[in-house]
Unconditional design. Structure first.
Lengths: 216, 261
């Protein structure tokens, strides 16, 4: 039986988001609280489906669309002063939504919309790289160790780069899992999720420190 | 062709591993570049400060040179004219048997004016400034002000202060500006000037019992305060104003430069 380690990381991250971002001063950052709570609930449900041998692809097909859209929105908010990034993210989100709907209708929402998610992963990776580029290009020095936005994007960057091969090879990996009972995706996702939620939890701590040290 | 499961698993694991390592290197690069940027900005700031200090130094040198020239002009030109006038009044007094009292008063006033002009000319003279002694000159300035009986200055100081003549001139101008500000605007009748010294710092505290001021309401007097700030920065020190309804306290803190540096 596969132990759902990622669920533990998700829970910790959702808990730290509630603990550190609850204050109204955190503005749009407070949306991480409900988002991570939903992620935890969906992944728990998905895991229970998996244990009960019920197909959970339809659940993740819908959930992943919400997750991917949230990541795009987070990138949009972090880069809200950069017009190019805003245009790029808006355009990509529209294309992603259309292709997702098209693919999902074709599969009657029962299968994962693989190409849409590959597209989503690629544009998020590009957006992360652009964020780093603009960060370096900026004349102003930012202490990255204490910068919450940097850690959010770093976590996302690790997550998307670490999970892209799982999306590309998803059909093979499902087949291997069914035939030989080797769940590669599960193992890799545990590692990637550890880095991802670790970065986000640290980002929430940075945001909290920033909020308590700045005047209201 | 049938692809083996192991082959697929290896490919997926290797690709994921490579991507994660690439991501790690990219983030390390971003961090290293950012730290370099910090170092570059610190160096730039340092250069900018040095440039500003040199600029202030030049401004002050030009100012001292102008003062010196003005002092010479006052002494050689206006001073000579006044002396000639005094001489003429003296001759007139001797030639007129019953000279009016106003002539004697004019003679006395003229003598006072010549004395003040000499003092002013002396204080503006560059050669004189090169052998400048801050404590002696401040003491003379205080005695001059105290003799006017409009304001009383108490001066408490150590035996000597560890600055060269140029630095002592700058320090003298700071204190002079502060005292003049009090006399012009504060409506105070007591000023206390205290100089304290410890191993690494000299602290000069000037306080008065005047009206005080609001920092947001300084107006054109802010230029004088800005000059004081620039001069203090030139000596590598800090200046601070604390004001209330009971008066103003100016604290100047200057580092003592050791020979090791």
């Amino acid at each position: 039986m596969n132990i759902p380690v990622a669920l533990f990381f998700e829970f910790l991250c959702a808990f730290s988001a509630t603990r550190f971002l609850y204050s109204k001063q955190n503005g749009w950052w407070r949306h991480f609280i409900w988002f991570l709570t939903i992620v935890f609930i969906i992944d728990t449900t998905g895991y229970l489906f998996y244990l009960s041998r019920i197909n959970n692809h339809w659940l993740y097909n819908i959930a992943n669309f919400i997750f991917a859209s949230f990541y795009t929105w987070v990138l949009y908010k972090i880069n809200s002063t950069n017009k190019l990034m805003k245009r790029l993210l808006t355009g990509c989100q529209i294309i992603f939504s259309i292709t997702y709907l098209f693919e999902s209708i074709q599969s009657h929402f029962l299968e994962a919309s693989r190409f849409s998610f590959i597209f989503n992963t690629i544009y998020i990776i590009i957006a992360c790289c652009l964020y780093f580029y603009f960060l370096l290009k900026n004349d102003e020095y930012i202490n990255l160790v204490k910068d919450a936005s940097f850690w959010i994007i770093s976590g996302l960057f690790f997550f998307e780069l670490g999970s892209i091969s799982l999306i590309i090879f998803s059909s093979y990996l499902v087949e291997i899992n069914l035939k030989e009972n080797i769940n590669v995706s599960f193992a890799i996702l545990n590692v990637v999720n550890f880095i991802f939620y670790g970065c986000w939890t640290y980002a929430f701590i940075c945001k909290y420190r920033q909020t308590i040290s700045s005047p209201s | 062709m049938q692809v083996s499961s192991n082959y697929i698993i290896t490919i997926v694991v290797v690709i994921t591993g490579i991507f994660l390592i690439v991501a790690l290197f990219l983030l390390l690069y971003v961090n290293i570049y950012n730290e370099r940027k910090k170092k570059y900005m610190e160096e730039k700031l340092l250069l900018q400060r040095e440039y500003e200090q040199q600029l202030i130094q030049s401004q002050l040198e030009v100012r001292e040179a102008t003062f010196s020239e003005l002092g010479k002009e006052l002494h050689d030109n206006v001073g000579q004219l006044l002396n000639s006038t005094k001489l003429l009044i003296g001759i007139t007094q001797r030639n007129i048997p019953d000279a009016p009292d106003t002539l004697f008063t004019a003679d006395e006033t003229l003598a006072k004016a010549i004395q003040e002009l000499r003092a002013l000319s002396k204080s503006l003279n560059k050669e004189w400034l090169q052998q400048f002694n801050f404590l002696e000159n401040l003491q003379t300035e205080i005695e001059r002000i105290n003799s006017s009986n409009t304001i009383k200055i108490h001066f408490n100081h150590p035996q000597k202060i560890p600055f060269n003549a140029d630095e002592q001139v700058i320090l003298f101008r700071i204190v002079q500006e502060s005292v003049q500000n009090i006399m012009k605007h504060a409506e105070a009748n007591i000023i206390n000037i205290e100089i304290k010294e410890d191993a690494s710092f000299i602290q000069i505290i000037i306080n008065d019992n005047g009206l005080g001021f609001e920092k947001n309401n300084i107006g054109i007097h802010g230029i004088g305060m800005l000059n004081m700030k620039h001069r203090t920065e030139l000596l590598g020190g800090k200046i601070n104003w604390e004001s209330s309804m009971k008066g103003t306290k100016v604290t100047i803190q200057l580092p003592i430069k050791t020979n090791e540096a």
